[in-house]
Ligand binder design. Structure first.
Ligand code: ADP
Ligand code: TRP
Length: 315
């Protein structure tokens, strides 16, 4: 199966990105035709500092590779290295009904969070549809926040096929309901643009500070608490072994859950899970020329696929 997904290099990648998308993508590496890319054109809607965008792009690449993505077993590239995507975006935008794009909530959500209201931000879902359709992806693993954007991609594929004849594969979303939305330290969706993340590769004191800042209520230790309304519990659930999670669950229900203690436990679990990969990331970052070469090799392969689809579209 052809599986594709992308991530914005607009800040440090975080555990929401990991559980929402990266982990699933890496798991598909052995069995599927895998397309993974860093969507720098999308990130331009919120990052206007060239140095930050360049560093973010290389860091995101190092993150993926450190976590186990093997560039020989997938196509791994940077979106803007395949300019064909911009041409397809335009063609799709001539078919995209205004109402469909106006209904997308991420535009309003981002503007409400202070991202400037540009035309690029508004038409973001059309560029994303072009990303998906250009490679004829069959399945797109994403977090739940991207579900609506996938519906736009499906609608535009169907519309194009009806108008001009069968051209595009209609992609299916692949959203894991258990991992659907990882909360941030403030309880809202964890997002690079909201400043509420736990970055995957944060180190030592900075990581501890972030974990200790997870917002919890003021219920005393001995009082019963509702696990489903607790941010810390929802994050712990992603890391703790099932038997330990059952014990923690019982402490919430019966009283005895000490937030400070549980935060330190989470800190250990984070270090256990990502400790080894942290070193690998530093190795990749110490050789930016090698990183660039890996991405350039991926872009070459991606471009070949993109050109074939665009030929069909033009004809
Ligand atoms: P961000 O909101 O941090 O900028 P992106 O929009 O780049 O993240 O998302 C990259 C991938 O990670 C997408 O598949 C998205 O659905 C997923 N993702 C982002 N935040 C979360 C989250 N809090 N929980 C689950 N998945 C997430
Ligand atoms: N919009 C996605 C996000 O913010 C990133 C993205 C861009 C993407 N193009 C894509 C995801 C294509 C999947 C497929 O998370």
């Amino acid at each position: 199966m052809k599986i594709l997904s992308g991530i914005q290099p607009s800040g440090q990648l975080h555990i929401g990105n990991y559980f929402g998308m990266m982990q699933t993508m890496i798991a598909h590496m052995e069995s599927d035709e895998l397309y993974v890319f860093i969507v720098d054109l999308h990130a331009l809607t919120s990052v206007h500092d060239p140095a930050r965008l360049a560093t973010g792009t290389l860091e995101a690449a190092a993150d993926f590779l450190a976590l186990g993505l093997d560039p020989d077993k997938c196509i791994f590239w940077v979106q803007s290295d395949v300019p064909e995507v911009c041409e397809l975006t335009w063609v799709l935008s001539t078919l995209a009904p205004m109402g469909l794009i106006e209904r997308c909530h991420s535009y309003k959500d981002k503007v409400a969070k202070g991202v400037s209201a540009s035309h690029g931000l508004f038409s973001y879902p059309v560029l994303m549809a072009a990303d998906i359709l250009l490679y004829q992806a069959e399945q797109v693993p994403v977090g739940k926040d991207q579900k609506q954007h996938l519906e736009v991609a499906r609608d535009l594929a169907i519309k194009f096929n009806n108008q001009y004849g069968e051209t595009f594969v209609v992609p299916e979303p692949a959203i894991s309901e258990t991992m659907a939305i990882v909360p941030g330290i403030d309880g809202q969706k964890m997002s690079k643009s909201y400043g509420n993340t736990i970055p995957i590769f944060l180190e030592g004191k900075q990581l501890k500070k972030r974990v200790m800042a997870i917002e919890t209520d003021a219920t005393p230790v001995e009082a019963p608490k509702d696990p489903d309304n607790c941010n810390l519990y929802k994050i712990l659930r992603l890391f703790a072994a099932p038997a330990r999670m059952q014990e923690i669950h019982d402490l919430y229900i019966n009283g005895g859950a000490a937030y400070g203690y549980l935060k330190l436990e989470l800190l250990d679990l984070l270090n256990d899970k990502f400790g080894k990969a942290k070193k690998k990331k530093q190795e990749y970052l110490s050789d930016p020329a090698m990183l660039r070469a890996i991405l350039a090799g991926g872009a070459e392969k991606a471009r070949e696929k993109a050109a074939a689809t665009l030929d069909l579209v033009r004809s």
